[in-house]
Write a protein that binds this ligand. Structure first.
Ligand code: SAM
Length: 312
């Protein structure tokens, strides 16, 4: 493939280089801003999953430009987080970290000196496996991690923008986002290929439920969180009804009962209704039944495929 073939095929790739953006995805954020006026009045912004840094570049150019125009009012602060290191950018503080960790949220808050952010954006994407269901699931989990971290740092009324895969379970994600934002829109910028299921949720007017306390508990992402779910309170604690079905006359599944339940009636073994068709232990049973596992010396070992059976 010649050096210019990608330039020919992908107009945004070419334009990104011409305009000095690190990646073509810069146009996605620019087009989202054009539609939603994302940057108006924003002084503190967080770019989650930022490397190689084209969204941070957009934030830096736009927010610092605004500040300059306004004659240098409130100082602009931008924090960029990624697992990978990225080349420095003017006015952008980098945190090399994982957005699923509470320590990353704490580091962002420290940088803002306790002040909340006006805008959080996340263009996060895991390494694609090619298995669509798995990719969609991992992307959804990354978005929830971004939402979690956002609840730690975003001001009430603030905006959250994140990449989303419009897979079959996307409505569940919308419902989860609607708990925290009064406005949730799914947007597809022109620079995002139509052939891709990628889109962006623009979540406006952050308004967490009354009494909501941010926490990073997502047992699906990190089992090491030291969270006692029973200690969660208010809207953080979800209690679903527990219903014990059946009464005391039903058999207790933890007890052992005699084979003969009806006095005077002979017990008769009933075979399983549908035994397994080709169970993995079938060959072993056959060998054992036919005494093919034993050697003359009494102790016998035989390899069946990769399984080793030892019979004494
Ligand atoms: N918005 C970026 C830009 O415009 O240059 C491109 C982001 S790239 C599509 C996705 C990024 O997500 C990768 O750099 C990857 O390292 C990052 N990422 C994936 N999982 C992450 C995680 N758990 N924590 C932090 N970053 C993560």
């Amino acid at each position: 493939m010649g050096r210019s073939s990608k330039d020919k095929r992908d107009i945004y790739y070419r334009l990104a280089k011409e305009e000095g953006w690190r990646a073509r995805s810069a146009f996605k954020l620019l087009q989202l801003d054009h539609e939603f006026n994302l940057f108006s009045g924003v002084h503190r912004a967080v770019d989650l999953c930022a490397a190689p840094g084209s969204w941070s570049q957009v934030l830096s150019r736009k927010l610092r430009g605004q500040e300059e125009k306004a004659g240098g009012g409130e100082e602009v602060k931008i924090v960029a987080v990624d697992l990978q290191a990225m080349a420095p950018l003017p006015g952008v503080t980098q945190i090399q970290g994982d957005i699923t960790k509470v320590s990353t949220a704490q580091e962002i808050i420290r940088h803002f000196e306790g002040q909340p952010a006006d805008l959080v954006v996340c263009d996060g994407a895991p390494d694609v496996t090619g298995l669509h269901d798995v990719d969609e699931y991992i992307q959804a989990q990354l978005l929830l991690a971004a939402l979690n971290i956002t609840t730690h740092v975003l001001k009430p009324g603030g905006t959250f923008v994140a990449k989303i895969f419009r897979g079959k379970d996307v409505t569940l994600l919308y419902s989860q986002l609607k708990i925290f934002f009064s406005g949730v829109t799914c947007a597809k910028p022109r620079s995002s290929r139509n052939s891709s299921i990628e889109a962006f949720v623009v979540c406006q007017h952050y308004c967490p439920p009354d009494g909501y306390v941010p926490n990073m508990s997502n047992p699906l992402l990190d089992h090491s969180y030291d969270v006692d779910f029973n200690q969660l309170e208010g809207p953080n604690r979800v209690i679903v009804p527990f219903l014990a079905c059946g009464d005391l006359s039903a058999f207790d599944s933890d007890r052992t009962y005699p084979l003969q339940l009806d006095a005077g009636k002979q017990y008769q073994y009933t075979p399983p209704t549908q035994p397994p068709i080709r169970p993995p232990y079938q060959q072993a049973c056959h060998l054992r039944k036919n005494n093919l596992l034993s050697r003359e010396d009494g102790s016998s070992v035989r390899h069946v495929g990769t399984i080793i059976f030892s019979v004494n």
